[in-house]
Write a new protein. Structure first.
Length: 139
């Protein structure tokens, strides 16, 4: 397999195997007009298997979305074909309009203009809850 090097962009590395597609969807990478590569089940000494996403373009990247989907990820920032910065990602305390409450009785189902806000309820179990109705998010 041959994936070209990146001139300016990002490499999202150390993604838990199988979660690469979910991160791709949450970030809306299908809407980009630049090359994006998803490598799934790549060999890893630390993890056994991992996913990798390579984005060849300077695009806005939501670190809170990545932290929600897989908090052990590393984001490498590439500038002029060299590693410029390595970011460790952690779970955000609050998510706003990243995920949406599925509870039909929640006020967010009735009031269309209310932000969908979730708070981190259990860091060990990766549980987020809606601030309005306490419904648990689906990861």
């Amino acid at each position: 397999m041959n994936i070209d090097s990146i001139k300016d962009g990002f490499v999202i590395d150390h993604i838990t195997a199988g979660k690469g597609i979910r991160i791709y969807e949450l970030l809306g990478l299908d809407k980009l007009d630049c090359p994006v590569a998803i490598i799934m089940n790549a060999g890893s000494k630390k993890m056994g298997k991992k996913d990798i996403i390579k984005i060849d373009g300077e695009v806005p990247l939501s670190l809170e979305v990545i932290g929600y989907a897989d908090p052990k990820v590393t984001v490498n920032v590439i500038k002029d074909s060299t590693l410029s910065e390595k970011l460790k990602i952690s779970m955000p305390e609050t998510l706003t309009n990243v995920i949406f409450c599925k509870n039909p009785r929640c006020i967010t189902s009735v009031e269309q203009e209310i932000n969908h806000i979730f708070k981190l309820a259990d860091k060990d179990e990766n549980v987020y809850r809606c601030i309005y109705c306490e419904s648990k998010s689906d990861l």
